[in-house]
Ligand binder design. Structure first.
Ligand SMILES: Nc1ncnc2c1ncn2[C@@H]1O[C@H](COP(=O)(O)OP(=O)(O)OP(=O)(O)O)[C@@H](O)[C@H]1O
Length: 428
């Protein structure tokens, strides 16, 4: 029988392999030195008593954008704490906020909490312009230099009011700079041109990690996380090695990780967009599988098992608990995956949605509501979206999980929906 505290473990600091930014924050990002230097250059005016430069940061998911901004702003805050500079950094997570209005209410709440401590409510019942004025007043009260980090700004869609107004706001007692982060590379193309030029005063692009980058990232994290794992010099075996050992996969020496584990995790993650989060999820799950079974080495088999497990878990747990309307909307995107016609545009998907609703006697919801369903699926990680911006351009969606897994799970849903899933399966 298992008991807490009695098992042997291969971990010395399990959190160092966690993909969550709030569980573990790396202290260095050598693969992002150029991008860190660019962020530093935009923040540097603070050192001289000036206003930091507004910054737009973009790159695919899992490229270290959030952690890079966090590292640089924290370094600046530490320096400001040791000097006479008043510096405040506030972060607004735009995901789920959808509109400038909501982003402003969250910003005001946070600014008030800087002055008054935690527990402030979101302001309610004001117009957008009033909210902007309230936010600026709060900043004047705080004073000094204020940096507002707005993560995932693409979640605001076409409503760029806050991105237009904030970067150009002038105040008497405060210097303001906005850092916008997005993983939609086309986002700025359709921003109002004034918003684009004031927010993107400087722009930093995070190109996708390649598999060598991912191998180094995983190697460094493994050295911190696992026992009997370190970088060692290939040129000499001296414990007092005079060489400056590069922290690369080639120099990794681990009694815990099979030699194929890191390359395989990196290869799975590099296949799409070189997503470091995905690579970390894989190695974290694979090492936990080995450790929980009392095994002392992690192998390729654990990684393959982790890959299947993560996909299955994401799909099965999520899809099984979806309400009928959302299952039907997911089926429309699944159809395109089965028929090899991805991505599907909103209008085409909506027509199919109405057909499916008809087939299962469900009342079709409005196109707008249908779009909300698709956006929720994107939030849940089942599908991906390319936002169509500009006149007449539609959003396009495609499945982001294994189609066979979706079909298997959908087959087990309600009988009539299951029949549709089965017929899709026959055609896959
Ligand atoms: N160079 C790196 N070294 C070590 N860990 C890294 C590196 N780059 C990213 N990570 C890790 O990968 C995960 C994802 O990073 P982060 O959240 O910063 O990516 P992002 O580009 O902001 O992604 P998204 O756009 O999806 O929010 C985090 O756990 C982070 O610590």
């Amino acid at each position: 029988m298992r008991r807490y505290g009695e098992s042997e473990t291969i971990f010395k600091n399990i959190d160092a392999l966690s993909p969550r930014v709030d569980t573990y924050r790396p202290t260095e990002l050598p693969e992002r030195q150029d991008e860190l230097d660019e962020i530093y250059s935009a923040l540097r005016p603070v050192e001289m008593g000036g206003t930091p430069i507004n910054l737009l940061i973009y790159g695919e998911p899992g490229q270290g954008k959030t952690v890079a901004v966090d590292l640089e702003t924290t370094a600046l805050e530490n320096w400001a704490n040791d000097t006479d500079i008043t510096l405040t950094v506030v972060k607004v997570e735009c995901k789920g906020l959808n509109k400038s209005y909501n982003a402003l209410t969250h910003l005001i709440k946070q600014l008030r909490e800087v002055r008054l401590g935690p527990g402030e409510d979101l302001p309610m019942g004001y117009q957008r312009k009033q909210l902007l004025e309230m936010a600026l007043q709060e900043m004047e009260r705080i004073g000094g230099t204020i940096i507002i980090i707005m993560d995932e700004i693409d979640a605001l869609g076409n409503d760029d009011y806050i991105l237009y107004e904030l970067p150009r706001a002038t105040m008497t007692d405060a210097n303001l700079s906005v850092i916008g982060i997005t993983n939609d590379l086309t986002y700025t193309d359709n921003l109002d041109s004034d918003a684009r030029s004031s927010l993107g005063e400087d722009a930093v692009v995070f190109p996708p990690y390649d598999s060598t980058d991912l191998r180094s990232i995983l190697s460094r994290r493994a050295v911190t996380a696992l026992r009997d794992t370190d970088f060692s010099c290939n040129d000499c075996n001296s414990p007092k090695c005079p060489h400056n050992v590069e922290e690369s996969f080639e120099n990794l020496d681990s009694g815990v990780l099979g030699s194929e584990v890191i390359p395989l995790c990196a290869a799975f993650a590099a296949k799409e967009t070189g997503d470091a989060r995905r690579a970390l999820k894989l190695i974290y799950r694979a090492t936990r599988f080995a450790d929980e079974r009392g095994e002392t080495t992690v192998t390729e088999a654990h990684v393959r098992e982790a890959q299947e497990y993560l996909e299955m878990k994401a799909v099965a747990t999520g899809v099984q608990t979806l309400p009928v309307q959302k299952i039907i909307s997911l089926m429309t995107v699944t159809y395109n995956a089965v028929s090899g016609t991805e991505p599907g545009e909103t209008a085409e998907l909506y027509d199919r949605y109405k057909e499916y609703c008809d087939a299962v006697d469900a009342e079709p919801r409005s196109k707008r509501r249908f779009r909300d369903f698709l956006n929720d699926h994107e939030g849940g990680g089942y599908i991906r979206k390319k936002t169509g911006r500009g006149k007449g351009k539609q959003n396009a969606y495609w499945l982001d999980v294994d189609v066979e897994l979706v079909l298997q799970t959908l087959s087990k849903s309600d009988e009539r929906l299951g029949k549709i899933a089965d017929s899709l399966r026959e055609n896959s």
